[in-house]
Design a protein around this ligand. Structure first.
Ligand SMILES: [Ca+2]
Ligand SMILES: [Ca+2]
Length: 282
């Protein structure tokens, strides 16, 4: 064991990556399973889920994290003319839910549109990873040796617990947990929500009996979800802060891009209706 102390950390990391989940020392599938069984999940179900051949750890996670840190939304064209035009079309074709959001939450549709555009390109890109695998991968890869890391680890564990409890709600295809897809962070649907946010802040905005933020043809509940999320995070008092809370891992970059998008969208919308307004006036 003495030799391992002399192996440079980077070599060891590469070794662990190449060896997959079984290469993990300390944190591993077994530890997660034991913890979940201790949290009162049926042993049989846990064994079944984690021995499913579709369960896997995404080993590209650390490299995705470091790439994500460098992303500049505005530079990447998030607020380009084309992107705003796309948002305007969405805003207009969903005006019924947008005005409902304004009436019930006092959240302008330009902010809701900006967030949905950012999170899933207005429902076109909700992520193709298995949410369970993503959440488990985050839990595995987070360095729990610091206070901050420990907190993040706890958060991801809670998300896994919540996901497991959402059988028949979040994953409906034969209640198969592997059918729910999302991002590398375990976020899913139009607003890229995580399980606890869905549970606590989801709303049946179109009152059809379901809280559905996944249907690619129906953004109504997602519009309601975002409005509710923002209000519960203090949007009326501090827009910037509430928007930052939507994605707290990204400093000021995220809220700045969202607010710029919303401002441009509002401007474009007003310009687009001005000719009609003047026709009405005269
Ligand atoms: Ca609904
Ligand atoms: Ca609907």
């Amino acid at each position: 064991m003495k030799a391992s102390k002399t192996i440079p950390r980077i070599v060891l990391t590469v070794f662990l990556l190449l060896n997959g989940a079984s290469g993990f020392q300390g944190k591993g599938v077994q530890q997660l399973k034991t913890k979940l069984i201790e949290s009162d999940f049926e042993k049989e179900r846990i064994e079944q889920i984690f021995s499913d051949p579709r369960f896997k750890i995404y080993h590209d996670l650390p490299s995705i994290w470091s790439r994500a840190k460098k992303i500049d939304y505005i530079e990447r064209g998030f607020c380009s003319e084309k992107s705003i035009e796309d948002g305007l079309k969405f805003f207009i074709s969903n005006s019924k839910s947008m005005s409902k959001a304004w009436k019930e939450y006092e959240v302008g549709g330009e902010y809701i549109t900006a967030l949905l555009k950012m999170e899933s390109d207005l429902g076109r890109n909700m992520g193709e990873r298995t949410v369970l695998n993503s959440l488990a991968s985050n839990w595995f890869y987070i360095d729990g040796s610091t206070e901050k890391g420990k907190n993040k680890e706890r958060i991801f564990y809670e998300e896994i617990v919540e996901l497991l409890k959402m059988e028949g709600v979040l994953y409906k295809d034969d209640s198969d947990i592997f059918s729910l897809e999302g991002s590398y962070g375990g976020a899913f649907g139009w607003p890229q929500s995580i399980p606890t946010s869905y549970k606590n802040l989801g709303v049946d905005f179109d009152m059809d009996g379901d809280i559905d933020i996944i249907d690619p043809n129906d953004p109504d509940d997602s519009i309601g979800f975002i409005a509710n999320y923002l209000v519960k995070h203090g949007f009326k008092e501090d827009k910037f802060n509430a928007i930052q809370d939507y994605n707290p891992n990204d400093g000021e970059k995220f809220p700045k891009a969202i607010i710029l998008y919303a401002d441009k969208l509002r401007e474009k919308f007003i310009k687009s209706i001005t000719p009609y307004l003047s026709r009405i006036t005269f």
